[in-house]
Design a protein around this ligand. Structure first.
Ligand code: THU
Length: 131
């Protein structure tokens, strides 16, 4: 694993401590890296009205987007058991590139799997269908 990937996983791991998951108790940390090396973290944020909860991956990505970033090369996701991004997060990631690498790691910072958005979301519906 490169030191950049290790760092990304570490940021996700640290962020996970701030997860707000009083209902599921399933804490998720994420960190997305832009093409120019900026890193944005995110955590899952649950709500008493369950469907209004949001996943860590989307928080990280939305923070970056709202700061003007549009190009990403990797996202790290840290959970206690190597959980994989949900369908909604896959779709949101696909909007910004099927090439984005997805690093799935555990709370020890051990990488469990490396994949891409393309692999996680085959035959994705993207903007190409709208042109
Ligand atoms: N969760 C994430 O943050 N990311 C995922 O990709 C899967 C699920 C969160 C949502 C909810 O707060 C908790 O994990 C259990 O579903």
């Amino acid at each position: 694993m490169t030191s950049e990937d290790k760092q990304l996983i570490d940021v996700a791991r640290q962020a996970r401590q701030h997860a707000y998951a009083p209902y599921s108790h399933y804490r998720v940390g994420a960190a997305v890296r832009t093409r120019n090396g900026r890193i944005f973290s995110g955590v899952n944020i649950e709500n008493a009205a369950y469907p209004t909860s949001i996943c860590a991956e989307r928080v990280a990505l939305f923070k970056a987007i709202s700061e003007g970033e549009r190009e990403f090369d990797a996202i790290a996701v840290v959970t206690e058991n190597g959980g994989s991004p949900c369908g909604s997060c896959r779709q949101v990631l696909a909007e910004f590139g099927l090439h984005i690498r997805v690093l799935i790691a555990d709370t020890q910072g051990q990488q469990i799997r490396e994949t891409t958005v393309a692999e996680l979301l085959p035959e994705a519906f993207t903007s190409t269908f709208l042109q």
